[in-house]
Each structure stands twice: as C-alpha cells, then as structure tokens.
Design a protein around this ligand. Sequence first.
Ligand code: AMP
Length: 216
Amino acid sequence: MHLVMLGPPGSGKGTQGEMLAEDLQIPHIATGDIFRRAVKESTELGQKAQLYMNRGELVPDEVVVGIVSERLREPDCKKGFVLDGFPRTVGQAKALDEILLGLGEKLDGVILLKVEKEVLVGRLSGRRVCRRCGATYHVDYTPPRRMGRCDRCGGELYQRKDDGEETVRRRLDVHQGQTEPLQIYYRERGLLHTIDAGQSIERVFTDIREELGRGQ
Ligand code: AMP
C-alpha cells in the first residue's frame, strides 16, 4: 500500500504513521527525520536544511523531492510505504505522482489528521524527543518513566528547537497556508480520508484502519 499521512505538526502523523507501517509491514518514511539526521551528521544536505528548519520554514521543493525520490527507489519500498511530512505542497504532490508513475505505482490513499490549533500548540510545546533513538514523549500525556530519560534506550530527552511555542505557531501558519491546496488536490482525486485526530492514539488508529478497510 502506498500511503501519505497529512496533517499539521503535532497531529500525530509520526505516531500513527509508525503504527500503520508496522501493521502493513512497510517502511515509514518521515522527511523531517531524514533532515534531522542530516543536520546531526552535518552533511551537505543537513547544512542546507538547517537554515529553513530553525526558522520553522519549508525546505525548498527541489531539495526535498530529490531526497524522497532516492528513498522511494530503495528495495524496501517495493511493497509500499507510509510517507509522513511529504508532500507538503501541491508541487511536491505532483512530483510524487511522477516518481510513482516512473516506478509503475500509484497512491492508494491519503490520511488527513484533523486537530484544533490550540490542542496542537499544547501537544508540540510539550513534546520531548530522545537524542539517541528518536522516540517521542509528551511531558503531560505520555511522560517517560524517568524524567528526562528515554524508556526505550535510556538516552537523553530534549525539546526540538522548532518545538518552542513561537516557532510552533509559525510552523502551524506555514502549514495551513501551504497544505490546504494539497487537501483539495487529493480530495478531487478521491484519495482523501479525513480522521478526527483529537481522540486517543488507539481510537485514531482504529479509525484509520477502518477507513482503509482493515477494521475488525
Ligand atoms: P517535521 O518533522 O515533519 O515537522 O519537519 C521538520 C522540518 O523539516 C519542517 O519544519 C521543514 O523545515 C522540514 N521539512 C520536512 N519535510 C518537508 C517537506 N516535505 N518539505 C519542506 N520541508 C520539509
């Protein structure tokens, strides 16, 4: 299955995308994770992306499209993938259609996670990420057992630079302006599945599976 997760930062794209990918036994590909890794390793790509990321702005399409195009050609994507954080603009959506056409494939569905803005600000500014394994926590909703330490690997938890409240608000505005046309693009093609993502993690996941015809 070739799927795209759509929704503002903090809507649960990462969490639900990972759960879905595990359920379907296909890779979960998050462009934000790819960029964060590149920044950490200080590659050429990382240095380019960092300037935009720190300001809460989008990395230019030609950079992102190149990365995704390479990633989707890897053998583990043969059975499908769950894309998370890409596409974010109509230009990227069209580029994705072309990449898939070149691979003899097409998109099967787009999951849109809908959540109120103030809920998102609360979710994002309370988010903490493990420096070592990338696991995510929330100071109120899913706190780690030991403060500041990852339950999975014991790594140090930190707040992403772009999760500070001011940057979060800018990211949400950027997101809204650029991705609304994307929702229209996919709705017109009959691919959009809208999910109420203000519910619990388990409930949202159940709704997604039902939408994809995988309910019990
Ligand atoms: P995320 O983890 O998805 O919130 O992404 C973090 C940051 O990476 C974003 O604020 C952008 O600067 C950059 N980024 C990730 N995916 C994309 C994309 N598809 N297009 C442009 N920039 C992106």
